[in-house]
Design a protein. Structure first.
Length: 105
């Protein structure tokens, strides 16, 4: 049996998606960029809480401490799917640009 302190990690599009309360983090923490989703408002729909106001932030990490990350882009969406869509696009785009820059350096 697994230890209770271990966390199961949800993987979406080959990157981890971690939740801490109303905050979700998407991306590989070993990379330089990560996306943070903060759920500000939600409403009950058939006994489920559905996010209705989400802040999306693309963060440039500075080491392992996410609290020191630099905000590079920010937006707001009214559904989790729309928030995931823009956040994943931003992350894939910046990681591809970083990869091309390092390849040409």
């Amino acid at each position: 049996m697994a230890a209770l302190t271990e966390r199961e990690v949800l993987v979406y599009r080959e990157k981890p998606l971690l939740r801490d309360g109303n905050t979700l983090y998407y991306g590989d923490f070993s990379e330089n960029f990560i996306v943070r989703f903060t759920i500000l408002e939600s409403e009950k729909v058939n006994d489920l809480d559905m996010a209705t106001k989400i802040i999306i932030e693309l963060l440039e990490k500075n080491g392992d401490d996410i609290s020191q990350a630099k905000l590079t882009k920010k937006a707001e969406r009214t559904s989790m799917w729309a928030a995931l869509d823009i956040g994943i696009y931003w992350l894939e785009d910046i990681l591809e640009m970083e990869k091309e820059f390092l390849k040409n350096a």
